[in-house]
Design a protein around this ligand. Structure first.
Ligand SMILES: [Zn+2]
Length: 257
């Protein structure tokens, strides 16, 4: 199973428009972070987790052109604003793209992209089939067995996903005990880490993320959903404990299923 980090940035992306922070001015491509999303490939099947406003450029940059299913973590714009750009994928595959999410999130998708679901047929819209899931649900998608995980994002209940020995958690500020239990014995963990300090109500800061990592002891952890306040990639990579690495856009890893 291959994981490609399409984006590793927080909601505004890095650089932030108009920001003169040194990280936003960095020429290191690893400091340029588009909105968080990953692509999971196994055999000839591709799963996408989240589809933010940078989705189109992420697919072009990584030379990817197929999505067999989409898993959404939650309804915030940086995680689903790119849904309309699934059009070329649908036009090529000629079959509706399944979208898995919490019922509340699917309702939000129908509201924000009402034209996709309108009775009126027109050629230029993508076809999406919306499939409601709950937390702690095991479901099969195109040969992937997936477990959905409950994640607390400030006062919003959202989803993380475990697929084999890989798990993807973004936008977490707290992980309930059932999720902690479900994350035992994993090879690769992807975990959101906004910045070093101060703490944030909706996202783990670095000390909070490191606490979770210590509890779960995955073989390797990649940090994602980072703001410019996390610092330069080249500094961060030196400061993190062994087995913990900052992800960056375009990074691709091979992982056991
Ligand atoms: Zn969010």
């Amino acid at each position: 199973m291959r994981i490609t980090f399409l984006g590793t940035g927080t909601s505004q992306g890095v650089p932030v428009i108009g920001c003169t922070h040194p990280v936003c001015l960095s020429q290191d491509p690893r400091d340029r972070r588009t909105r968080s999303s990953i692509l999971i490939e196994k055999g000839n099947k591709n799963l996408l987790i989240d589809c933010g406003p940078d989705f189109r450029m992420q697919m072009l940059k990584n030379r990817k052109d197929c999505i067999d299913a989409l898993l959404l973590t939650h309804e915030h714009n940086d995680h689903l604003a790119g849904l309309d750009d699934l059009r070329p994928i649908y036009f090529k595959a000629k079959k509706p793209i399944p979208v898995y999410a919490l019922e509340r999130v699917l309702e939000e998708v129908k509201y924000r992209f009402s034209y996709i679901f309108s009775e009126k047929k027109f050629a230029g819209k993508p076809e999406l089939s919306l499939l409601s899931i709950k937390s702690q649900e095991i479901f099969d998608v195109e040969g992937f067995r997936i477990l959905s995980l409950e994640v607390q994002h400030n006062d919003l209940f959202i989803l993380g996903y475990r697929i084999g020995r890989f798990a993807y958690i973004t936008d977490a500020s707290f992980l309930p005990e059932t999720t902690i239990e479900s994350l035992k014995n994993i090879e690769f963990l992807v975990l959101n880490t906004l910045r070093i300090k101060p703490e944030h109500p909706s996202h783990f800061s670095l000390p909070q993320a490191l606490n979770i990592i210590k509890k779960l002891s995955p073989e390797k952890t990649y940090l994602t959903h980072m703001s410019y306040e996390i610092g330069f990639h080249k500094d961060l990579i030196k400061d993190l404990p062994s087995g913990v690495l900052p992800a960056y856009d375009g990074l691709s890893i091979e992982c056991l299923y």
